[in-house]
Write a protein that binds this ligand. Structure first.
Ligand code: GLU
Length: 304
């Protein structure tokens, strides 16, 4: 970083749709080690934006689990469910700049004739022009961001170059859902900017979202952080561990073994014997090398 860059601020941003699993531990450890090894701050943000998908009690359990592994974060935990004003202000700026528009299409309507893109179907822009917008029937609209026919690319600290043409690969994407919930893309960009996040270390499942987030940052006139997208940990079918693939929750009686396991996936050298898992975090910070992190997905289950 140059002497004029803002101080390193990293973050770990779990969604309380389930408990932490081995993949979350890898992300927590890597984002923590990268932040601390660079003398940076490390924040925890609870991404509880989607109550219907959340698991009761998961947010508290996630924080207790992080503490049990010895993680210490800077400042208070931020809850996205309490930050409506921040997101409303961001949407207001985009609306005032003529970059966001209301969309009254039902998913069924627009997906019927849509083509597949980089992350599901590409919205065809039907509501872009007021003259083509279907009537609202008294329903609240979704709000979409008008994207441009241009390449949005960046150099990832692990993956290397990555780019999309948002108009062709994604389409105008949702900022506020018709059901009144904020979309992940808007919330994450507004929060990262508001919290001064300079470095984002997270799983490769989010690589596909990054050009949308960079484009939003440009529309909002906020800085673009540095990105590093970690290899995904998968089951033996090659599926990312998640609630849907029945990822087992972290077993607190195996904290040391689990930290040693994810440290090995990150190519950290094996640590000597320790008396508390916290010492394994210190070891990871002392030996951290982003350049040593592999790109390819890693299967954590032995083959059948
Ligand atoms: N909340 C997201 C997740 O748990 C992570 C978002 C991010 O790191 O940008 O997958």
């Amino acid at each position: 970083m140059s002497p004029t860059s803002p101080p390193y601020t990293g973050r770990f941003a779990p969604s309380p749709t389930g408990l932490l699993h081995i993949g979350s531990l890898l992300t927590a450890l890597a984002s923590y080690a990268d932040a601390r090894a660079n003398g940076g701050r490390w924040l925890v943000r609870m991404e509880d934006l989607d109550p219907p998908r959340e698991m009761a009690g998961a947010a508290d359990e996630i924080l207790r689990t992080l503490e049990a592994f010895g993680f210490e974060w800077d400042g208070e935990t931020v809850y996205q469910s309490r930050r409506d004003e921040v997101y409303r202000a961001a949407l207001g700026r985009l609306q005032n700049a003529g970059l966001a528009y209301p969309c009254y299409c039902s998913r069924k309507d627009w997906q019927a004739a849509a083509v597949s893109g980089a992350d599901g179907f590409v919205y065809n822009g039907r509501c872009r022009l007021p003259s083509q917008r279907p009537s609202d029937n008294g329903k609240a609209p979704a709000w979409r961001l008008r994207v441009a026919d241009e390449i949005v690319g960046f150099t990832d600290g692990i993956v290397g170059g990555y780019a999309q043409n948002l108009e062709r690969d994604i389409g105008d994407f949702v900022l506020l859902r018709a059901d009144g919930f904020w979309a992940y893309q808007l919330a994450v960009v507004a929060d990262d900017a508001d919290q001064g996040v300079t470095h984002i270390v997270r799983g490769q499942d989010l690589l596909v979202s990054t050009p949308r987030q960079i484009y939003l940052q440009r529309c909002l006139g906020v800085p673009t952080p540095q990105y590093a997208h970690l290899p995904l940990l998968t089951n033996r079918l090659g599926q990312k561990w998640s609630k849907q693939t029945l990822a087992p929750a972290l077993d607190l009686s195996r904290r040391e073994a689990l930290l040693r396991e994810v440290s090995a996936y990150l190519n950290l050298p094996a640590a000597p014997e320790v008396s508390h898992p916290r010492a394994l975090l210190d070891w990871a910070v002392a030996h951290w090398r982003l350049a040593a992190v592999p790109k390819q997905a890693i299967c954590t289950e032995s083959s059948i």
